[in-house]
Design a protein around this ligand. Structure first.
Ligand code: ADP
Ligand code: MG
Length: 725
C-alpha cells in the first residue's frame, strides 16, 4: 500500500502543531499525519445517552444501580481537609439542579482540570449523600466547549473524546487544542487515505470506505455512520487476522504426507459391542466427522470440544483403533503423568479382549522401563502409545505414526503441536479440550482447526446439585457426608493450598486433614493428596480412593484434571471464592460421573442469597463487577451446569486480555474488535477471508494484492504464521 507523500509528512506541518507539540506526539508514536488520522476517540457522547440531574435522582430512587452520563457546568471547586485526608470537591449544576463530584485520590491532577463556568460530561455511578446531595465519586469526565454544547443540544451532534496520553497533555495539548488539531487534520486529509480493503469485499459486505470511516470515527455525522465506521474497522481487523489463519490452515493441509485410513476389519464394531453403554448421538456425530477426515488424504486437524464427563476419551480411542487397523501407530498425550497413567489403565482394560499392544511412556519411569517402551515404539510393536505431552514430543522416534491425540489441550500451548510435524511426520491430529470456549474464540485460537463439539452428556447422568454455604454450616455438611458414606458415596474435600502460609487465612490441606481424620470423621477412612507428593504417591492415593480404601479424600487442586472415580459423588470446595470459574467447573466435573445424584458444596465466607448478584450482571458497572466477582462466580455455578455458559460468563468477568491461549496463538492484538461481543463482524470477516484464500492461494490476483501488501507491512512479524507469498 502506497501512503501519499502529503500524509507521510510530520504532524509538525499541521495547523496548530509546532515542533514542540510534534515532539510530544512523537513520544506516543504519532509521527506522521497518517498516524494521527488513525488516533481515534475513545468515547462518544450522544444526546440520547445524557440524563438530567433530576432524572438521575429518579433513577436512583427506582433502584437503578448502573452508571449514568450527565452534563454540568462548574459552579465552584474546593479542597476540603478532612482529618488527615484531603477531598477535592466540584460543585456543578445543570438545568435541573445542583450536584457534586468528589475525588479522594490523585487530587493534584484533577484540581487543575476543572475551571469555573466550564462544561463537562461526566459518567459514573450516582449516589445520594447523607445531606441529600446527588454525588459522583471519581467520575470519568470530558471537557465540552460552548459551541460544541450548542450544536450538541440543537442538532443532536455526537461529540467525540480522545484519551490524551499523559506525555501529550503535558506539552500543553489539552482536550480543546487536540480537537482543533484533529478537526483540521481530518478535514484536509481524510479523503487522501488509500483504501486498505479490496473493492469486492467492501461491496459484498456493504462496508464504509476508508475515507468515510476515518471521518466518522473522529467526527460522526450521525449515529448510523458512526456505527458503520466502527463496523468497518472491526471487520477489517478480523479480516486480516482470519487471512493469516486461513493461510496457516491451507499450509497445513497442503502437506501431502497424510494418508487416508478406512475401517478395514470389524474391530470398531466389535469394540462398540463390547462397551457397557451406547454412545450418545453427539459422540456418534463427532465420530462421523473424524471418519470423514481420516478417509481423506490430507491430514486431519480437528478439535473436539466437550464438557467434563461428556465422554471424549472413547471417541478418541475409536479413532486410534481405526488408525491401528490401518497399520499405523496412534499416540495419546495427556497433560500430567497421573492422567496418562489413568488413560493407560482404562484403555488396557477396554482393549482387554483385543489383540492390541499398548505402551506407556512417562518421564518418571526408570531407565529400563523407558528404554523398553522407546524400543517398542521405534520398532512398531507398540501400536497405541500413551504418555505426557512433553515427553512424547521430545524424545521419541516412531515406526509409523498415524494419529496424535492431545488431551486437555487448554493446558498446553498451541504451537507445541508443531514439534511433531517438524520431525517430518504429518499425522492426523485430534485435539481435545474440556474448556468450553465461545465459538468466536474458537475461530481465533483454533481458527485453523476443524471443530466438533460433544454437546450432550451420557444419558445416565443427573446434573450435579450445587449449593453455596457459609463456613458455619460445615458441621451440617460433615453430617451429610457421613450419612451419604453409608449409602456408598465417596467425597472430596478440597482446600486451595498445600502448606500453611502465615500471611493468608486460607485453610491448609494438611492441617485440616489431621482434624477431619481424628476429630470430625474418626469412624471413616480419610485420605490425603496434595501437590507436594510425587506423582507415584498421588497415583497410589487415587488408586486407593478409586478402589474404595478411603471414604473421603482431602485434597488440593491436584484432582482437577480428568480423573475418573465413579462413586465419588460429593465434592466440598473450601474457600470457593478463591477459585476461578472454569476451575470450579472442572472440580465439579470430578463428581457425578455415574447415575447417582451428586453434590457440589461451595463454601463461602460471604453471605450469599441467591438473587443478590444475579449471574446476569450486565447492568453492573465495571467496578462493581470487580468487587463482586467471586459472588457472581458462585452464583453462576449454582445456576448453570453447562460449561459453555460458564465459560462465557468467565470471559465476561475476565475480559479477553486474560484468555489463556490467545497470547500463545501468536495472532496480532486487536485494537478495534472484541472477540467476545463482535460475533457478527468476526463471522463475516472469516467467511470473506477464507473465500479469498481458497480462490487465490497466493493472493496474487490484482484485486487481492492490497491484502498481501498490508500483511507484509503490518503483520510482517506474523508472516511465518501464514507463509503467504
Ligand atoms: P471427558 O470428556 O471428561 O474426558 P471421559 O471420556 O473421561 O470424559 O468419560 C467420562 C466417563 O463417562 C467415563 O467413565 C466413560 O467411560 C463414560 N462414558 C463415556 N461415554 C459414555 C456413554 N455414551 N454412556 C455412558 N457412559 C459413558
Ligand atoms: Mg478427559
Amino acid at each position: 500500500m502506497e501512503i501519499p507523500d502529503e500524509l507521510n509528512k510530520s504532524v509538525q506541518f499541521l495547523k496548530y502543531v509546532g515542533p514542540q507539540r510534534a515532539k510530544a506526539f512523537e513520544t506516543v508514536g504519532l509521527k506522521t499525519i497518517y498516524d494521527l488520522l488513525f488516533f481515534f476517540p475513545s468515547r462518544y457522547l450522544d444526546r440520547s445517552s445524557v440524563l438530567s440531574s433530576s432524572k438521575v435522582i429518579k433513577y436512583l430512587i427506582d433502584g437503578y444501580e448502573g452508571e449514568v452520563t450527565i452534563i454540568g457546568k462548574v459552579v465552584e471547586t474546593e479542597l476540603i481537609q478532612r482529618a488527615k485526608k484531603q477531598v477535592f470537591k466540584v460543585t456543578m449544576k445543570d438545568s435541573a439542579g445542583f450536584f457534586e463530584c468528589v475525588w479522594f485520590q490523585g487530587i493534584k491532577f484533577f484540581k487543575d482540570r476543572f475551571k469555573e463556568n466550564q462544561l463537562y460530561a461526566l459518567s459514573a455511578k450516582p449516589a445520594i449523600t447523607r445531606y441529600g446531595h446527588l454525588q459522583f465519586v471519581h467520575p470519568d469526565f470530558d471537557f465540552i466547549d460552548d459551541s460544541e454544547n450548542l450544536e450538541f443540544r440543537n442538532t443532536g451532534k455526537i461529540i467525540s473524546f480522545y484519551r490524551i496520553p499523559k506525555d501529550v497533555r503535558s506539552a500543553n495539548l489539552g482536550d480543546l487544542s487536540l480537537r482543533k488539531i484533529m478537526e483540521q487534520a481530518v478535514a484536509e486529509n481524510a479523503d487522501k487515505i488509500p483504501e486498505t480493503l479490496p473493492d469486492s469485499i467492501i461491496k459484498s459486505y456493504s462496508l464504509l470506505g476508508i475515507n468515510h470511516s476515518v471521518l466518522n470515527l473522529h467526527f460522526p455525522e450521525n449515529k448510523t455512520l458512526l456505527e458503520s465506521a466502527q463496523r468497518r474497522f472491526k471487520f477489517e481487523e478480523f479480516f486480516f487476522q482470519q487471512v493469516l489463519i486461513a493461510g496457516r490452515k491451507l499450509n497445513r493441509s497442503k502437506k501431502i504426507n497424510g494418508s487416508s485410513k478406512i475401517i478395514k476389519t470389524s474391530i470398531v464394531k466389535n469394540f462398540l459391542d463390547s462397551l457397557p453403554f451406547q454412545l450418545t448421538e453427539s459422540q456418534l456425530s463427532v465420530l462421523s466427522d473424524i471418519r470423514k477426515d481420516m478417509e481423506n488424504d490430507s491430514p486431519m486437524n480437528r478439535l473436539i470440544q466437550g464438557d467434563v464427563g461428556s465422554g471424549k476419551t472413547i471417541v478418541a480411542l475409536i479413532a486410534m483403533l481405526i488408525c491401528v487397523d490401518n497399520g499405523f501407530q496412534a499416540v495419546l498425550m495427556a497433560p500430567t503423568e497421573i492422567l496418562a497413567d489413568q488413560h493407560f489403565k482404562n484403555i488396557c482394560k477396554l482393549l482387554y479382549e483385543f489383540n492390541i499392544k499398548v505402551s506407556l511412556l512417562l518421564g518418571s519411569q526408570n531407565m529400563r522401563e523407558k528404554k523398553s517402551a522407546l524400543g517398542k515404539i521405534k520398532s512398531g510393536s507398540a501400536q497405541i502409545i500413551i504418555g505426557t505431552h512433553a515427553l512424547i514430543q521430545e524424545s521419541v522416534s516412531f515406526s509409523k505414526l498415524g494419529l496424535v491425540v492431545i488431551d486437555e489441550q487448554h493446558r498446553f500451548g498451541v504451537f507445541q503441536r508443531k514439534t511433531l510435524t517438524e520431525k517430518g511426520i504429518s499425522p492426523d491430529v485430534i485435539v481435545m479440550s474440556a474448556t468450553p470456549i465461545p465459538r468466536t474464540l474458537t475461530m481465533t485460537i483454533y481458527g485453523d482447526l476443524d471443530v466438533s463439539v460433544i454437546d450432550q452428556m451420557p444419558l445416565n447422568r443427573l446434573p450435579v446439585k450445587t449449593i453455596v454455604r457459609k463456613e458455619d454450616k460445615l458441621p451440617d455438611i460433615y453430617k451429610f457426608i457421613s450419612e451419604k458414606t453409608s449409602e456408598g458415596y465417596q467425597s472430596f474435600i478440597v482446600y486451595p493450598l498445600v502448606e500453611e502460609s502465615e500471611k493468608s487465612d486460607l485453610k491448609d490441606a494438611e492441617t485440616y486433614f489431621g482434624k477431619l481424620k481424628n476429630e470430625v470423621f474418626p469412624d471413616l477412612r480419610v485420605g490425603l493428596i496434595h501437590g507436594k507428593l510425587s506423582w507415584q504417591e498421588k497415583e497410589q492415593v487415587m488408586i486407593d480412593f478409586a478402589s474404595k480404601k478411603y471414604d473421603i479424600l482431602v485434597s488440593t487442586v491436584v484432582i482437577e484434571v480428568g480423573i475418573d472415580i465413579p462413586d465419588a459423588n460429593i465434592i466440598v470446595i473450601n474457600d470457593a471464592y478463591r477459585f476461578g470459574l472454569s476451575q470450579l467447573h472442572q472440580l465439579r466435573g470430578r463428581v457425578g460421573r455415574s447415575g447417582k445424584q451428586a453434590y457440589c458444596i461451595l463454601i463461602s465466607k460471604q453471605n450469599i442469597t441467591n438473587n443478590n448478584f444475579d449471574y446476569n450482571f450486565e447492568y453492573l458497572s465495571k467496578s462493581e463487577i470487580e468487587k463482586h466477582k467471586s459472588l457472581i462466580r458462585l452464583n453462576a455455578m449454582v445456576s448453570y451446569n453447562d460449561g459453555f455458559k460458564l465459560a462465557e460468563i468467565d470471559l465476561k468477568l475476565r475480559g479477553p486480555g486474560d484468555i489463556f491461549g490467545l497470547q500463545q496463538s501468536g495472532l496480532p492484538d486487536l485494537k478495534y474488535g472484541n472477540i467476545i461481543t463482535d460475533t457478527e463482524e468476526l463471522n463475516l470477516a472469516r467467511e470473506a477471508a477464507f473465500n479469498i484464500v481458497a480462490e487465490d492461494n497466493t493472493l496474487t490476483k490484482d484485486e487481492n494484492k492490497i491484502i498481501k501488501s498490508i500483511i507484509k507491512e503490518k503483520y510482517s512479524n506474523k508472516i511465518q504464521f501464514a507463509k503467504i507469498g
